[in-house]
Design a protein around this ligand. Sequence first.
Ligand SMILES: [Zn+2]
Length: 302
Amino acid sequence: MKQLLYGGFLAALVCAGATEAQEPLRIVATTADLKSLAEAVGGRRVAVASIVPPNVDAHEYQPKPQDLNRIRDATLLLRVGVDYDLWLDKLAARAKRPELRRGGAGYVDCSFAIALLDVRGSRVGPAGGHVHGSGNPHYWLDPSNAEIITGVILEALARNDPANAKYYEGERLRFLERLSAKMRGWEQKLVPAQGKPMIAYHNNWAYYARRFRLNFAGYIEPRPGIPPSPSHLAGLLKLMESQQVKVIVRQPHEPAKIAEFLAGKTGAKAALLAASVGAVPQAKDYLSLFDYNAEALANAMK
Ligand SMILES: [Zn+2]
């Protein structure tokens, strides 16, 4: 009996060893949004880290030495692209891993198949924040784009880990099912906000607004990345009065003072939204980011 037990124990150890032996595939994403989507596709077979901390403008982020160490160990490198995380090229070059540089097998620009908005073909700034020189980079805020982004991630995973391609495919489909069930809830929740004029600090919201038929009538920044002048604010006040703007959207890291000033002058309510996973504690992952925003916006409309 003792022998049998011991034998069973050994067998259990060997089994544990076999599972351990399959190291998760390491992924580094520039943002928490892409991290969450990579986790949705990769499931238990991946270990994903993100670089830009919550409530930091990705454009202004300065890579740290530990970012270089992370990238050195990564099989896949995911970026937003559209000039949002330009510093990544230098970082990837310093990592001396050619497969993680543009064109390499582990390099994934998630904007690859996205139809971009606000493509003007001109550059403005820089003056803090980030400009939208090559188009609006906030495309993950249309949850329909998650289908495209996870498709690109799936392709990269299957290319680098073909033995588990079927598993990744299944995980992605399960995620898309959850997403589509959630989508109906968000659409319903946002019906009271449809078409109602709002203003926001920065134009994070072009894709979000298109998906849910929201109406951003103006922005506190006169152009993305450019802080407002007194004359721009005066114009914005006029616009808020003439269009009866009732809601001012702001992210936690965007200056509260200007939004409060405009709210005080017009009686509009401020709504704190999250344009990225982690920007508010409730936005724990990609799906809860949209749960939180729909709830916050619906409340602000009451
Ligand atoms: Zn932006």
